[in-house]
Write a protein that binds this ligand. Structure first.
Ligand code: IMP
Ligand code: MG
Length: 194
């Protein structure tokens, strides 16, 4: 067996420097990785308490929820199953069109199962509304919603949110899974872009 030498680790500071060096005046740190970690632990504790004695199915919405989802389920103190769904929104831009199609569907049979849908950020609410309808059609019961960030200013659809990490009024956020045209998802902290 060949053992490969580990590559030189790239420090977080280096990753952040590369990001910040391009037009630094347009970027503001909003939620640090420490703050995110603390909040994720609190949410995991609350979910674990609420679902004690049950084994819910956690459904992560790809790609944005990937890190939040991974961190959240690893902090749980209850058993669970995990699955993912990926929705593609028609049209581009920074406001979702609301018309979506599923490019990856849930594979676990969730009929009659307690489900927690995990999303990175809710803005107009259109995406989550469509996904919840889809999960409902599959017979999940009850359905809970967990979002890392609740962005309120442009809400159009009423979506019941059971757990939310942070509330912001406005702004476009990147990092910790959140992207701008698929970039910046890998950043460990969350920034606002101008
Ligand atoms: P909604 O359908 O308007 O609620 O938009 C939700 C989706 O838009 C999320 O799943 C995100 O992918 C994306 N989104 C909304 N606001 C932001 C943001 O500030 N940064 C990155 N993505 C966002
Ligand atoms: Mg997105």
């Amino acid at each position: 067996m060949r053992i490969h030498k580990p590559v030189r680790p790239v420090g977080m500071a280096e990753i952040r420097r590369e990001f910040m060096e391009q037009e630094p005046e347009t970027k503001t740190l909003v939620f640090s990785r420490d703050l995110i970690r603390e909040r994720v632990r609190e949410i995991a504790k609350a979910v674990s308490e609420q679902f004690t004695g049950k084994e819910p199915v956690f459904i992560g919405i790809l790609n944005g929820a990937v890190f939040f989802f991974g961190d959240l389920v690893r902090e749980l103190t209850i058993p669970c199953r995990i699955d993912f769904i990926r929705a593609a929104s028609y049209g581009a831009g920074t406001v979702s069109s609301g018309e979506i199609r599923f490019t990856k569907d849930i594979e676990i049979d969730i009929a009659g199962e307690p489900v927690i849908v995990v999303e990175d950020i809710i803005d107009t609410g259109r995406t989550l509304k469509r996904i919840l309808r889809h999960v409902e059609k599959k017979g999940a019961d009850p359905i809970h919603v967990c979002v890392l960030i609740d962005k309120r200013e442009r809400r159009e659809e009423e979506v019941p949110i059971d757990y939310s990490g942070f509330r912001v009024d406005r702004g476009f956020l990147v990092g910790y899974g959140l992207d701008c045209n698929e970039r910046f998802r890998h950043l460990p902290d969350i920034y606002a872009l101008d």
